[in-house]
Ligand binder design. Structure first.
Ligand code: NAD
Length: 256
């Protein structure tokens, strides 16, 4: 129960990786503010099963004012914001010359600018208490590119730069800031990509195999639970000098 009495905010935690991380933080004793769209009640039920207090804030993280409201409501309702996990993210796949401008704008807003806004607003309280953990969910696409993912790759590289900057600005404090860089994790975000691959030949199993074989040598998915365990390690005292890391968890993707 290393997070007993602490509060975590996980953006985009109604699904996939964010939900997996929120569950692990609650299991370790944290009260959790979840955020995101879709099956909110289902997500609250899953996280609350660990026995801590769970609330949902409906902020659309493209909007700085709504992010401001989410941070102040978290601090107001729970008394502090100690663990900030920036996880909300979307994907869109197209060659750069056909990339819709509005998709570019929303990917940069959700996957990158929201990380700036939550951090700038959460840091004063963390500095005051001299303890905080910021975990930004980047991607292997924060470290290498893939074709047709211009906005996503730009945003995820940006998240790593932002993470390093904040890690330096907080280096002499009890606040740490790190990034996780997952390879393929089987969530709705990746399922969409499998479905569009399968449209070609109508075989979802073959599409899944092809997706893994192209990039991930383990030929197996990373799980949200594994990422949750790593997030929990970053929250531990053992990780107090892990600062500005971009930690890949990718079945060997970046070893190639
Ligand atoms: P997902 O689609 O399962 O979940 C995305 C979450 O973000 C949902 O809760 C959704 O409601 C929320 N969200 C989307 N737009 C939002 C907005 N405007 N405001 C607030 N919430 C919003 O996706 P996932 O695969 O779990 O992805 C989570 C994060 O992990 C993303 O940042 C993604 O880029 C990153 N990631 C995923 C993979 C993967 O293989 N799935 C790999 C590397 C990195």
């Amino acid at each position: 129960m290393i997070l007993k009495g602490k509060t975590a905010l996980v953006t985009g935690s109604t699904s996939g990786i964010g939900l997996g991380i929120a569950c692990k933080l609650a299991e370790a004793g944290a009260n959790v503010m979840i955020n995101g769209f879709g099956d909110v009640e289902g997500a609250i039920t899953r996280v609350a099963a660990y026995g801590t207090t769970v609330l949902h804030h409906p902020a659309d993280v493209t909007d700085a004012a709504q992010i401001g409201d989410m941070i102040s409501q978290t601090e107001g309702d729970f008394g502090s914001l100690d663990v900030l996990v920036n996880n909300a993210g979307i994907q869109y796949v197209a060659p750069v010359e056909h990339f819709p401008v509005e998709r570019w704008d929303s990917i940069i807003a959700i996957n990158l600018s929201s990380v700036f806004h939550t951090m700038r607003l959460a840091l004063p309280g963390m500095r005051e208490r001299n303890w905080g953990r910021i975990i930004n969910i980047s991607s292997v696409h924060g470290l290498v590119a893939s074709a047709q993912k211009a906005a996503y790759v730009a945003a995820k590289h940006g998240v790593i730069g932002l993470t390093k900057t904040v890690a330096l600005e907080t280096a002499t404090t009890g606040v740490t800031c790190n990034a996780l860089c997952p390879g393929w994790v089987l969530t709705p975000l990746v399922q969409q990509q499998i479905d569009s691959k399968a449209q070609g030949h109508g075989d979802p199993n073959r599409a899944t195999r092809e997706l893994l074989m192209e990039k991930q040598p383990s030929l197996d998915f990373v799980t949200p639970e594994e990422l949750g365990d790593l997030a929990l390690f970053l929250c531990s005292e053992a990780a107090r000098q892990v600062r500005g890391a971009a930690w890949n968890v990718d079945g060997g993707w970046l070893a190639q």
